[in-house]
Design a protein around this ligand. Structure first.
Ligand SMILES: O=C(O)CCC(=O)C(=O)O
Ligand SMILES: [Fe+2]
Length: 210
């Protein structure tokens, strides 16, 4: 798609609100901010609904480290699609917000990895876990459709849950190592999913840094 016809996304997102969200991430490990209007949500959910998803492995790891998952995913994001434009728009928005913070908690992010995830209603979308620490600075989850209960927790048992409201249309930002500190790497979980939930997950992969 040429630039002239590229859809404009995130028109209603405000950089200052995203900067305030990043401050909340420094304090609370994760926070969400509304970024999508009705038109964005419709265009993105329509494109995401056309992707071909694979079921996530129901269980990853054994014993104490077991993580249980109940969702569908794909990394096949068509080149030039509205979903790819969306990745670029979210990356630009987050980096514009980071530039408003002094000192900035991390360098500019590059979202090397994009995953589309689809959850049907369930009582456990994904049990407590940490994302691999090769993913640095920030993980960004864009909720294109649906609703679910996201929590930051203290451990794999899910102790001390802190609910992070992230309704449809919001961008949930969660810290990874390198965001202000090397030793902050939060456990998190998605519990109840109330209605079909479509998200894009964006991650900065340090193995692909120059
Ligand atoms: O869907 C969510 O809200 C969380 C997903 C997640 O933590 C992951 O895929 O690593
Ligand atoms: Fe995760």
């Amino acid at each position: 798609m040429s630039e002239a016809t590229a859809p404009s996304l995130l028109r209603t997102a405000r950089i200052d609100d995203v900067a305030a969200c990043l401050r909340a991430v420094e304090r609370d490990d994760a926070a969400a901010v509304p970024v999508l209007d009705e038109r964005d949500k419709a265009a993105l959910a329509e494109a995401a609904a056309k992707l071909t998803y694979k079921r996530a492995k129901p269980q990853v790891n054994e014993g104490e480290k077991a993580v249980y998952q109940d969702f569908w995913l794909t990394r096949d994001i068509p080149a030039g699609s509205v979903l790819e434009h969306c990745r670029d728009a979210v990356e630009a928005l987050v980096n514009a917000a980071l530039r408003r913070l002094d000192p900035a908690p991390c360098p500019p992010v590059t979202f090397h990895e994009t995953v589309a995830q689809w959850y049907e209603p369930t009582t456990c979308g994904i049990s407590p876990h940490r994302d691999p620490k090769t993913f640095r600075y920030l993980v960004a989850l864009l909720v294109m459709r649906g609703d679910g209960d996201f929590y930051i927790v203290d451990d794999r048992r899910g102790s001390n849950p802190r609910h992070i409201p992230a309704p449809e249309g919001s961008l949930l930002l969660m810290r990874q190592p390198g965001f202000g500190a090397e030793d902050r790497h939060p456990f998190h979980t998605l519990r109840t999913v109330y209605s079909d939930r479509l998200i894009l997950t964006f991650r900065h992969d340090s193995r692909r840094d120059a």
